[in-house]
Every structure is written in structure tokens, then in C-alpha cells.
Design a protein around this ligand. Structure first.
Ligand code: 7PM
Length: 290
């Protein structure tokens, strides 16, 4: 699959390292800031470690979407993300993903080397769809119920898997009509979902294969893992790997994680076992792009 100037095989599981460029970010942020100032060298060092550990994608975000988060200004998001993208694009031969809902940042990110647009709001924001289509880059569409400020207050579904699929299919259709030419889908673990909703989505992730698009998952350090393992954010790596292995076995092609080295090993184990087995993995029928 083409991600701007870079090509990546998404029939084998790929690991996407998370770079949260937010001073308040849960589980990994803050450390990339000193006295409120972004430390570009710290970001480059973190990215370098992830690439050396086998990440083939890096996801760069400047807006905290943690439950209860208040929106940051678009200018602040731009100021955080664009210098990072520029610095990384000239240094690393990996796909740089920009985690944003902002039309302006989508446009600017494409011009400084982004290869993927990752939008937790699935291009529903003002101008986002047109901006994304104009870049020619692929887009990851994520499901969220509600908005970050209130999404964990009262999540409710009749059938969470069916509702996620219906939402994603509708957004896929809108995006294709709007001119987006490459799509990934993501069920949005933790975004307007109880622990039970997240578990059902993971158990039945293979049902998302009806969308015939590569599936991306992000569970790294999230509360669902804390609820299961009973551990704080920094101690959830093993739980995250276990959950990601189940996701890969159920068809996930890209795993978004803070803990790259362990996840790369896990992805290689999944790939080795599944390619040895004559079980039609990865399954046929999904599209490289629209
Ligand atoms: C604070 C709390 C900061 C939570 C960041 C987060 C996903 C994503 C995020 C995901 C895709 C995090 C989340 N989660 N994009 N962006 N899928 N595609 O854990 O699950 O990094 S933000």
C-alpha cells in the first residue's frame, strides 16, 4: 500500500510507534517537553529508538483525545506537530502518520512529509474530508461514540460490533465519494466504550473484515488494559501485547503502540505462525486501496 512517497506491505502485521506531542499526554507525554517547551531532540531520540526497534510507522499527535480532554487550538496543534514531522521526515525512512482532525494540519502535514492521516473523528470535522482528499494520502478512519470530553460518561450500544461496522462503512462511502483514495479502518478502543464493549470488539474483530480494508488497532496503555491487569499506565506493556496478539489473530494489520520492541516480536510471532499454517491468512478480499 502506498503512503505518500513510501510503500508498506500491510498483508504482514506492521507496528506503528506513538509519539504524543502533548505536554499533558497520558502515559508518555510530558517527557518530550521541558518548562512547557517542546524538546525536538528528545522527540528525534524517541523516534530513533522506535525505528531501530522495528517500527515501520510513527503516529504523531498534538491534540490530547484522552477522556475528558479539552480541545487545543488549531494553531497550537500545528506548532507542535509540524516541526516534528519535518525533522522526522528527513531522518527516518518510515511512514509518518499525523493524528489530527484539523483540516489545516492535514494540508500542512502532507506538505512536510506525512504519509498517512489518522483521524479519530473519521474526517467529520469542518473541511477535513476535502483537505484529506486533496493530499492524495490514505486515511485511517476511527470509530468514536460522542466526543472526547464526554464519551466515557454513558457509552451505549445495542450491538457494539455491528454499530462500529455500520459507522465505518458509512464513513468509507462518504470518503470514497469525497475523493479519498486509500483507507484503513479502526474500531477505536476506549473511545466511547465500556470495558465490556472493548472486549466484545476485540473478540469479534474479524467481523470488521467485511469492510475489506486493512484494520488498525490501538489499545496501548489504555484503561481497558488497566482494568484487566490492575496496573498503572506504565506497567501495561505485557497486557497490551497480549491484546494485540489477539487482534492480529483476528485480522489486525497495523498495531499502534507506545512499546515498540516487544510488539515487533509479537507481530513477527503472529506472522510466522500464520504463514506456516495453511489457514488462508491473511484472508483474501480486502482492498489495497479504494
Ligand atoms: C491521551 C489519551 C492521549 C488517549 C492519547 C490517547 C487511537 C488513536 C489515540 C486509536 C487511532 C492514545 C490515545 N488512540 N488513533 N489515537 N486509534 N487510529 O492512546 O485507538 O494514544 S489517542
Amino acid at each position: 500500500m502506498q503512503f505518500g512517497s513510501r510503500t508498506l506491505d500491510v498483508t504482514t502485521p506492521q507496528v506503528m510507534g506513538i509519539l504524543n506531542i502533548t505536554p499533558d499526554s497520558f502515559s508518555d507525554g510530558g517527557e518530550l517537553f521541558s518548562a512547557g517547551q517542546l524538546q525536538l531532540q528528545a522527540v528525534i531520540d524517541r523516534a530513533s529508538a522506535m525505528v531501530n526497534a522495528g517500527a515501520t510507522m510513527l503516529d504523531i499527535g498534538g491534540e490530547s483525545t484522552r477522556p475528558g480532554a479539552v480541545p487545543v487550538s488549531s494553531q497550537q496543534e500545528l506548532d507542535r506537530v509540524l516541526p516534528v514531522l519535518s525533522a522526522l521526515a528527513s531522518r527516518f525512512d518510515v511512514v509518518l502518520s499525523v493524528d489530527t482532525s484539523s483540516a489545516l494540519l492535514i494540508t500542512e502535514a502532507a506538505s512536510v512529509g506525512a504519509g498517512l492521516i489518522n483521524d479519530v473523528r473519521a474526517l467529520t470535522g469542518p473541511g477535513a474530508l476535502a483537505a484529506a482528499a486533496a493530499t492524495g494520502l490514505p486515511v485511517c478512519l476511527m470509530h468514536m461514540q460522542g466526543s472526547p470530553a464526554t464519551m466515557q460518561q454513558q457509552p451505549g450500544y445495542r450491538d457494539v460490533v455491528q454499530e462500529v461496522i455500520r459507522f465505518l462503512q458509512a464513513r468509507v462511502d462518504v470518503c470514497i465519494r469525497g475523493g479519498v483514495t486509500g483507507l484503513l479502518v479502526d474500531p477505536g478502543f476506549g473511545f466511547g466504550k465500556t470495558l465490556q464493549h472493548n472486549l466484545v470488539l476485540l473478540a469479534r474483530l474479524q467481523e470488521l473484515q467485511v469492510l475489506e480494508l486493512p484494520i488498525l488497532v490501538g489499545m496501548s496503555r489504555k484503561r481497558m488494559l488497566g482494568d484487566i491487569a490492575g496496573k498503572p499506565e506504565k506497567a501495561r506493556e505485557a497486557a497490551g501485547i497480549a491484546a494485540a496478539v489477539l487482534a492480529m489473530q483476528n485480522g489486525a494489520r497495523i498495531v499502534r503502540t507506545h512499546d515498540v520492541a516487544g510488539m515487533v516480536d509479537a507481530a513477527r510471532v503472529c506472522q510466522a505462525v500464520n504463514s506456516a499454517a495453511q489457514r488462508n491468512w491473511p484472508p483474501d478480499g480486502w482492498k489495497e486501496s479504494t
